[in-house]
Design a protein around this ligand. Structure first.
Ligand SMILES: Cc1cc2nc3c(=O)[nH]c(=O)nc-3n(C[C@H](O)[C@H](O)[C@H](O)COP(=O)(O)OP(=O)(O)OC[C@H]3O[C@@H](n4cnc5c(N)ncnc54)[C@H](O)[C@@H]3O)c2cc1C
Length: 364
């Protein structure tokens, strides 16, 4: 491939953004800003050139195109690197578990596993920060860098709209400065150790960056993927919820999906909306996504297939596997005990179930 063949942000606009395939993960912006190229930004979930002049200033390095989770290049290599042989990807172990932490049990979406992993990583000084998602005052998900386990309570739970979790990586110097001011220690931005939490598409972007060995993914020390059937456009979702439940976004406390969509208000009343009624709000890029449990992460975590109150955990890499082993050994999480008469069929059944969910997603 000659330099003239390299795809650039203009191609990304044509092939992904203008045709509504962008998943708004923020990878293109994070890379570009991290290099101080300063030519693109994201507005209303849409990456774009900052100004007309930015078009001329673009160095046409092409990285934004190649790391985009929605583009084809690198996918073969990614599959190879992650030992992906089928729709579920590489699985070392699959089991259900739940947190033993009472506070996280209250606020976690399912088994509170993600927040407990982060608690453990902070407790054992294995990370300096984590990228999670929080809500703003109008119940809009926003990506957030947290520096301590005390901030986990606000971030626990699932947000069913885009949280551009790769975006905060655009300014590692700022992250290092925040840590210095909070922890009073000196940090080299390139030595940061950050845990990344994201949907399958976001993990795919981080993994593409890691495959190319480029900044800012070099500071991601662990990738925790969430199962994801689909994600919703924030404005459309809120409009539908308002018309179906008469609940204003600022009055919502929590949402969750158990076959249908449930809205818990701040006064603790719960309203149910048929999941079919939300079809019009599903993000377009989700229609072509073939990952339900994700494939490109150290761990994948979701509810599907787990007993109530537990999360399913798929360990995918040695790093992810030994991390979960440590949480089990130190009592941070409890493994679901499979009834004696189900031991031999439990795992194959769960794998079949997750394959079925993946094919349902693909068909939809
Ligand atoms: C859009 C979406 C759709 C999902 N669909 C399914 C599904 O169909 N089936 C299924 O089994 N599981 C699904 N999940 C995963 C599930 O809802 C839980 O997140 C998962 O089981 C982990 O629960 P937990 O109690 O261990 O996590 P918790 O301890 O509650 O932690 C959840 C973590 O996820 C982060 N997070 C929340 N929302 C987002 C977001 N939008 N983007 C990035 N990070 C986020 C939080 O900040 C927190 O760190 C979905 C998740 C998302 C974000």
């Amino acid at each position: 491939m000659g330099l003239a063949d390299i795809k650039t942000f203009k191609n990304l606009e044509d092939d992904v953004i203008s045709v509504n395939r962008c998943c708004a993960c923020g990878a293109c912006i994070a890379y570009c800003e991290n290099q101080a190229f300063n030519v693109i930004e994201i507005e209303n979930y849409t990456p774009k050139f900052k100004t007309d002049k930015s078009v001329e200033n673009c160095l046409e390095c092409g990285y934004c195109y190649y790391i985009c989770p929605q583009t084809e290049p690198l996918l073969d290599k990614l599959r190879e690197a992650h030992l992906v042989k089928d729709e579920l990807g590489n699985i070392i172990d699959i089991f259900a578990a739940k947190t033993t932490n009472a506070k996280i049990k209250e606020v976690g979406q399912d088994g509170g596993i993600v927040s407990t992993i982060l608690t453990y990583l902070f407790d054992t000084n294995n990370i300096d920060a984590a990228i999670v998602s929080e809500y703003d005052d109008s119940f809009k998900p926003i990506p957030k860098i947290i520096y301590s386990k005390d901030d986990l309570v606000k971030s626990a739970g699932t947000r069913y709209s885009i949280s551009s979790n790769i975006l905060p990586l655009k300014d590692l110097t700022q992250i290092a400065e925040d840590i210095i001011s909070q922890k009073k220690r000196i940090y080299d931005p390139d030595q940061l150790r950050i845990a990344f939490i994201g949907t399958p598409c976001q993990c795919r972007a981080i993994s593409k960056m890691k495959l190319l060995n480029i900044k800012p993914a070099h500071v991601i020390s662990i990738v925790i993927g969430l199962f994801c059937f689909e994600n919703f456009d924030y404005d459309k979702l809120m409009d539908i919820l308002k018309s179906k439940t008469q609940t204003n976004p600022s009055d919502i406390k929590k949402t969750n999906i158990k076959k249908n969509f449930f809205v818990t208000s701040k006064d603790d009343s719960v309203k149910e909306v048929s999941i079919k009624d939300l079809d019009a709000a599903v993000r377009n890029h989700c229609h072509e996504c073939d990952e339900f449990v994700g494939r490109y992460s150290d761990l994948s975590i979701g509810a599907s297939g787990a007993p109530t109150g537990y999360s399913m955990i798929l360990t995918r890499t040695e790093k992810g596997h030994s991390l979960i082993d440590s949480l089990l050994a130190t009592g941070y999480i409890d493994r679901f005990i499979i009834p004696a008469d189900q031991i031999s069929e439990w795992q194959p059944k769960k794998i079949n179930w997750l394959k079925k969910m993946t094919s349902l997603k693909v068909k939809k």
